[in-house]
Design a protein around this ligand. Sequence first.
Ligand SMILES: C[S@@+](CC[C@H](N)C(=O)[O-])C[C@H]1O[C@@H](n2cnc3c(N)ncnc32)[C@H](O)[C@@H]1O
Length: 212
Amino acid sequence: MGLPQFVLRQLSCPSGWLAPFMAKALNRTNRDFNREVMSAVALQPHEHMLEIGFGGGLNIRHALEIIGDRGRVGGVEPSTEMLERARREFSRESTNGQLALREGRADALPFASDSYDAIISVHTIYFWGDINLALTEIARVLTPGGRLVLGVSEPEVCQREGMAKLFPVYEQQQLKALLEDAGFVDVELRRPREKDCYIVKAVLPTRPAHEA
Ligand SMILES: C[S@@+](CC[C@H](N)C(=O)[O-])C[C@H]1O[C@@H](n2cnc3c(N)ncnc32)[C@H](O)[C@@H]1O
């Protein structure tokens, strides 16, 4: 039967009076899977990490705990409500420069080229619109040798929940091919403990010495 369309629309961009409830629900429902994605990205304290579509902000908190005052965290969201909520929750880190929260979308990232060592995004790729453009943007913003980790629902789950009627769904091998077309290498598909989901990790090649 699937989820009602208004819930699917809220998942794609939480807004209005429902937004605070969506943030809490996302944090609760997606907590374990987000932990696994953070574990896959293996963020180090000196690194810069960006999250695309951070929703309720679980990974922003986790990343800030890891980096301490040595690294940097960025977040981008199209939802004004999610952005304002995160700005309130992380006002100290935003003010002291550890955290940069911006309004935007995966296909037009409001960040400089070569500015992040790692980028993660969980349960957002279905909403990216032009996925080729988004992957090109991600490759631009990552440093050479940087890594991308995506957390994605299995296509059957998207079909079951009615997502597939509104948004594109991606098979694992299809996503691997899209990543390779965008210039990523070492694409790994992982089956996490969280059932019905998969994790994709990919790396940008380092630049040859003559281009560095
Ligand atoms: C299903 S929620 C997932 C939130 C969070 N990542 C989690 O795992 O709980 C999808 C999130 O992606 C954001 N989003 C939607 N379209 C996006 C886009 N084109 N670029 C970046 N984020 C987007 C939404 O605003 C929403 O916060």
